[in-house]
Design a protein around this ligand. Sequence first.
Ligand SMILES: [Ca+2]
Ligand SMILES: [Ca+2]
Length: 318
Amino acid sequence: MNQLSGFFLLCLVFFVFITKTLSAIEPYRNSNFSFKNFVEKKQPLELFGRFELKSIKNEKNKVVGVKDEMLLILEGEFRMGADPKEGYQECKKYSGRCDPKWFYHEAPIHDVHLSSFYMDKYEVTQRKFQLVMGRNPSSFRGDDHPVENVKWLEANEYCKKIGKRLPTEAEWEKAAQVKNPTKYFWGNDMVSGRANFCDKNCLSDWKATEFDDGFVNTAPVGSYAPNAYGLYDMAGNVWEWVFDWYDPNYYKQNFHNDPKGPGPEEHYYRNGERVLRGGSWSSHPFNLRYSTRAGAYFNSRYINGYGFRCAVSGPSLD
Ligand SMILES: [Ca+2]
Ligand SMILES: [Ca+2]
């Protein structure tokens, strides 16, 4: 009998040892896993391949996020929005079906002051999304291609899991435009080779045959030159979910300091739409303007141009 008890005790110790060891070497399988905790515990970075992970600390030396291939956009004021005539005229260059009303929600142009923030250099790739979320919903597979078919809810969850957040619509536009009033981040005219949109390679009826960007659908992130901040694919490739609820009349309220979009308790919540920015591989050229706004139901994924990138509040904030 004593021998039997000893045997069971030995089995129990062995079972506990194996369980602990497995959970220690596979931390990313833990649902509570976060990059922030991961970095603070100084786990080996090799598990995350080529990604550079550094803690972001504020002046009180408190960790406020993880700098994972991110760039700092300094605090300051910028001009948000566009004259609706601009979008309409640009639309007419490439399409016979344009309506001036489509562009009313880009007005009025208004000054916005933003605190500093970090922005992901790249759209979130399928490799990263798979690593953090354990799945890949994309239609156009490739580790370095942007993840698409993403719901807003999933984008939000991904950013939170790694100690980041979705950028606000204002943060996204400031990071994208560099300097108002050019239409695109490189200037006033669409040109080949600056971004991925529905060019001559595209299979849609509305393809702009005078341009050649080299890709039928999504391109690996960072395939084109970045904007003046050093951010890639802020025009085209995949539309990018941002934090804000979509309200076509929101700019008329002229919020000046760190606007975060309409609240969910207001009338616009009925549609359940969140904002998408930047245009995609299947967009008309005019939708790659930095002022272009779009809204989609936050729980929808079935359009394979919805991706995202994450942000972190700047180090000057508590
Ligand atoms: Ca293309
Ligand atoms: Ca994009």
